[in-house]
Design a protein around this ligand. Structure first.
Ligand code: UDP
Length: 328
């Protein structure tokens, strides 16, 4: 039997899309998720083990029993504003739990790790565009908690531990084109999710945080990437590692940005209805612009996005919002 892939956080939004693509590609997938924000129904392939990445005995047992040689690590808290008010929650669940996972992985002889990192490691990059060589300077505990995990991976690999690819995600949105899984995270703060909730009547209006930024229309600009393309990048990373590729830290975005107003307009195009918005002050800690220089992942992996289209991203997010298979 081929060795298996452990997907931590595989019942969550991004992890479930990656696990689904892995399963469809014929990989043997085992999901480890404590279901604190994930959903049992999001696990479409392989076994679900309910538990915590920080539980050493459990992780070691799962690695041995399922003959795991690769870990894809998504389990994390991901709400940036919450990380500012409760930083230790983020250092415990993201950084300390990752340390535990890595210890278990090293002891079990795991060969490959693909790590879910974030553009938040860049903080406020000069000019709003970040390449992998841009200095890291996170401005919230979420970004710092992930950066510390990247460092552990780097140092462990240098000491003979698993090789790894860390993918720094920009703004992820969209859902499975076949509508089986999607983003059902409660108390959403992410723009596309919030706008979807406005469309279906869960919220009255989209609040635009800041209209006086130094951007073309005064609102914040981000690099929105479809979760299906992001998921494919993880399968590309797996191939890279299996082919003996060295450790890599790579941006995962499309390399171009849209403003909050442009996202709102995309919703109006897709629905054919006006999207109610209200304008408000800037949200603390938001950079004006954050866009990827994402040429490296294309060059190295031959990563080829198939859904680089804002209206498609919006339509697929909205399709899930209107017909979710599960929700909190
Ligand atoms: N944003 C907004 N209203 C919202 C949520 C987000 O105007 O309800 C803006 C936010 O200020 C930023 C962009 O949308 O400019 C993307 O924010 P999001 O929280 O989706 O992701 P982030 O880039 O902060 O990780």
């Amino acid at each position: 039997m081929a060795q298996g892939i452990l997907v931590t956080g595989g019942a969550g939004y991004i992890g479930s899309h990656v696990a689904r693509q892995l399963g469809e590609a014929g990989e043997r997938v085992v999901t480890l998720d404590n279901l604190c924000t994930g959903f049992r129904e999001a696990v479409t392939h392989g076994e679900l083990v309910i538990g915590d990445t920080g539980d050493q005995a459990l992780v070691s047992r799962v690695l041995a029993e399922h003959d795991i040689d690769t870990i894809m690590h998504f389990a994390a808290h991901t709400v940036v504003p919450e990380s500012v008010t409760d930083p230790l929650k983020y250092y415990r669940n993201n950084t300390c739990a990752t340390r535990n996972l890595l210890q278990c992985a090293a002891e079990a002889g795991v060969k490959h790790i693909v790590f879910s990192s974030t553009a938040a490691v860049y903080g406020l990059p000069p000019g709003g565009v970040a390449s992998e060589d841009t200095p890291t300077a996170p401005i919230n505990a979420y970004g710092t908690s992930k950066l510390m995990s990247e460092w552990m991976l780097r140092d462990l690999a240098a000491a003979g531990g698993p090789s790894y690819v860390a993918l720094r995600y920009f703004n992820v949105a969209g859902s499975d084109p076949e509508g089986r899984i999607g983003q059902s995270t409660p108390n959403a703060t992410l723009l596309v999710k919030v706008a979807c909730e406005v469309v279906v009547g869960k919220r009255e209006a989209l609040t635009i945080f800041g209209t006086d930024y130094d951007t073309p229309d005064g609102t914040g600009v981000r690099d929105y990437i479809h979760v299906e393309d992001l998921a494919t990048a993880h399968l590309d990373a797996l191939r890279w590692l299996r082919d003996g590729g060295e450790p890599k830290v790579l941006n995962c975005g499309y390399g171009h940005g849209y403003s909050v107003r442009e996202v709102a307009q995309a919703f109006e195009r897709v629905t054919g209805e006006p999207l109610p918005v209200r304008e408000a002050e800037r949200r603390a800690g938001d950079p004006p612009t954050l866009v990827a220089n994402a040429s490296r992942i294309r060059e190295l992996f031959g990563w080829t996005p198939k859904h680089d289209d804002l209206d498609q991203i919006v339509a697929s997010s909205l399709a899930w919002e209107r017909a979710p298979r599960y929700s909190a």
